[in-house]
Design a protein around this ligand. Structure first.
Ligand SMILES: [Fe+2]
Length: 402
């Protein structure tokens, strides 16, 4: 999506004869928005329609939890039970019609292949290294990477064997680079917090010619359909276009700071359909002598705010730790802990690292959210001022956006 990429061999023109050892290759246009959006064109050894057997269909079942009260929540996710693979191990935490947010701590290798047939994905890698092997080629990942996988991409995650921990977003809408960061031609503008050089498409394309039995699990309407095929799904000899998976490291996000407080949209990293994903990164804080470096209180009149705390010392907020998720639902105000505004004056930098997802429609919660909820975060504004260090003594814990 970010720019034109070509890997492997493609013919001189679209839609002309292209052969591999005399055999006509199968051309597939993988595109969006009815041939008017971005697309890539792939050249297969075998028809991508060829299916040997229909395997299982597994319906999606969500175990919803409706809290008895309307209140902010704090969930500790660090100790969530590991298990499954990079897809089956996704544990849904909250969702609405626009986005699903899951935790994933896979312990098993993926035996087959996966394709999200109805949604784009962003996998934020909190812990772990490895490779996304895909029909478009291989993509290395490491901690701090956002792995953006467009719908229709057949892939599998091959972890390196280290601890893996992801925050996963799945959306039936498109996940895109914010429009205001791009010029009329699609190039990232000078004021954008990242540039094309920070975006990493697949680097190596290996054409698999093996035959045998392969299982491709596809997320389709309401569930997962497994297809059994008799050829390796990564049978592409070449492709080109604008649709492919890519990575962007949160550590390459250039924070935008100001003399006085910059609003949350300055941290925006991706735009989705009725939601945004933002990155809060280490940065210098507001430098006006009269500035208050932490955010103002605010009311989420028509949005919900989910924050996932990745790294840093969050001692400015009792109970917040690495892996914490806070959810500030719509309809009620929220803001920094009592006393923190006063104590933040004079602080010059923050070391926080967090991922935020703001949705414009209410989020529903799962039983997992109930299990992880501390049940008392709502009361934290009622308690005594939070003890924090003096200015610059412990600047890491000044979470910028509650
Ligand atoms: Fe907020």
């Amino acid at each position: 999506m970010p720019f034109y990429v070509k890997l492997g061999d493609v013919p001189r023109k679209r839609h002309v004869q292209f052969r591999d050892n005399g055999t006509l290759l199968t051309e597939e246009v993988m595109g969006l928005e009815g041939f008017s959006g971005n697309e890539s064109i792939l050249y297969h050894l075998t028809s991508p329609c060829r299916v040997k057997e229909l395997g299982d269909f597994q319906p999606i079942e969500r175990k919803e939890w409706v809290p008895d009260e309307h209140r902010p929540l704090h969930m500790s996710t660090w100790g969530v039970e590991p298990g499954g693979d990079a897809v089956t191990g996704r544990q849904l935490l909250m969702w609405n019609n626009d986005v699903e947010i899951s935790l994933c701590r896979p312990t098993e290798a993926m035996e087959g292949f996966f394709r999200n047939g109805e949604g784009d994905e962003v996998i934020f890698v909190h812990e772990g290294t490895g490779t996304i092997e895909s029909i478009f080629g291989e993509l290395a990942y490491k901690p701090g990477d956002y792995v953006v996988i467009p719908r229709g991409t057949t892939y599998r995650v091959v972890a390196s064997g280290d601890e893996q921990r992801y925050l996963v977003f799945e959306s039936p809408g498109l996940i895109e680079i914010p429009r205001r960061y791009r010029n009329h031609y699609g190039q990232l503008l000078e004021h954008a917090p990242y540039y094309h050089r920070d975006i990493h498409p697949p680097t190596e394309l290996h054409t698999h010619r093996d035959r045998g039995e392969f299982h491709v699990r596809v997320r389709v309407r309401g569930g997962y359909q497994t297809y059994v095929i008799d050829y390796h799904p990564f049978d592409v000899v070449g492709w080109d276009g604008y649709v492919y998976p890519w990575t962007f490291s949160i550590h390459d996000f250039e924070p935008i700071t100001g003399r006085i407080h910059m609003p949350p949209p300055s941290h925006q990293t991706f735009q989705g359909q009725n939601f945004v994903i933002c990155s809060f990164c280490p940065r210098k804080l507001d430098f006006d002598p009269m500035s208050i470096p932490i955010p103002y209180h605010h009311s989420n009149l028509n949005s919900e705010e989910m924050i996932y705390y990745v790294d840093g010392n969050f001692s400015s907020r009792k109970g917040i730790e690495i892996g914490s998720v806070t959810l500030h639902p719509s309809g009620i105000p929220h803001g920094p802990a009592p006393g923190l505004a006063e104590k933040s004056i004079g602080m010059t930098e923050t070391h926080e690292l967090a991922v935020m997802c703001d949705t414009f429609h209410p989020l529903r919660l799962t039983k997992l959210a109930k299990d992880l909820d501390d049940g008392k975060y709502w009361r934290s504004w009622y308690e005594d001022p939070t003890p924090v260090g003096t200015a610059d003594e412990d600047p890491a814990g000044i979470t910028s956006h509650f």
